[in-house]
Design a protein around this ligand. Sequence first.
Ligand SMILES: Nc1nc2c(c(=O)[nH]1)N[C@H]1C(S)=C(S)[C@@H](COP(=O)(O)O)O[C@H]1N2
Ligand SMILES: [Mo]
Length: 427
Amino acid sequence: MPFDPSDEIRYDRTRLRQWARGHARSAGVDRRDLLRLFAAGTAAGSLGLGAAGTASAATDATTADDGAASPGIVKPLPPELFTIRGTNAETNFAALRGTGPLTPVDRFFVRNHTSTPRIEAGGWQLKVWGDGLAGGPVEFSYDRLRALPAVERTLFIECAGNGRSFYATQQGQPVSGTAWTLGGIGVGHWRGARLSDVLRLAGVTRGAVDILPRGLDDEVVTNGVNLGRVRRPMPVSKALDDVLLAYEMNGRPLPPDHGGPVRLVVPEWTGISSVKWVGDIEVSGRALYSPWNTDTYQLFGPGYPAEGAPFTRQTLKSAFELELGATVPVHRTRLLTGRSWSGAAPVLRVEVSTDGGVRWQRARLHDAPRRGSWVRWSLPWTPRATGATALLARATDATGRTQPATAAHNTQGYLFDAVVRHPVTVV
Ligand SMILES: Nc1nc2c(c(=O)[nH]1)N[C@H]1C(S)=C(S)[C@@H](COP(=O)(O)O)O[C@H]1N2
Ligand SMILES: [Mo]
């Protein structure tokens, strides 16, 4: 069924206007600090990447750039599986070749604003509070959460900045933030309680408008401004619809790097919504704001209104399970493999070009198209001439949308959706 984004867009636009006019609380962060930060980022485009055309800086716009050599991630990060980018670890897409529809935990990307905290399930509690509840705060222990009816879903979590580096390398446009290629996504099988059950048990009222889940990881300091703990508001309508409080990933207790003991998993929405290490959730009768829905995770730039354009869903992308710049032997048939996904609807068709975009062939799909997940695909290829070329893959989803040749630029490099030219050399 085609997706109508107008409600989500209207929601976020209203929130942003109210915030910009100063009607809103900024939940502990001084509004002038945010405006200062925001102005610096959009005017100079200098929070992360430097000059146009470079895509080497490794910190995100909201990540403290402490120059640390090793990110605060618990699991091993062997270079075959991951590329380290500041406090984050990007999945090498080539390492997914031969794996199933789920991303194994040992190669699932990690996006940390600071570092992974170690939190024991036994001592963990979720506090639900705020004026959108009928009564006072309600606390849920890990055991109480696990005793609620469990649901299981296969869903991707993808960073809004996934593919960001191609704004610079493919379109020559400067952007700030972590220079992901396409490995800022993973598909997990999540098991957890419904957030709607927890909110109902906590006494959510009809007057509730927004919820604000907050992580237990360290406060985020950027350019000398303390933004507080990671938190991004969400409308109650989404929270009551399909959001999970997940405590298992791929059949095992949720690992520390992915938010253990408990995280949110918000289907199809941008990765920042899926707050890890969730410790409390405010339920409010008023609009809520945080730096993560006002100055970052908004679209700014020439094509957008001055106050920014909101987004909630992830876009459409395709990636080959092959190193960028791979060398392949001439006259030898190989099976090209990859994956495509969309935040709007299941992916129905994938086409591949092995000659830089002149001719296109339908790839074979290996998974049934499903919302919130990806499809694996393949196409045999026998290179006939030596030299440099580009492999391209483009997906079409059930809304009828096909990946375009160029992505619409925004200064923070979110939602890259263009067909990526994957360089290879035939020898
Ligand atoms: N508490 C907390 N939640 C968080 C983050 C964070 O730094 N702290 N990063 C967010 C971002 S930007 C993304 S893309 C996803 C990444 O999830 P993963 O590390 O499990 O892949 O977690 C989100 N939830
Ligand atoms: Mo992200």
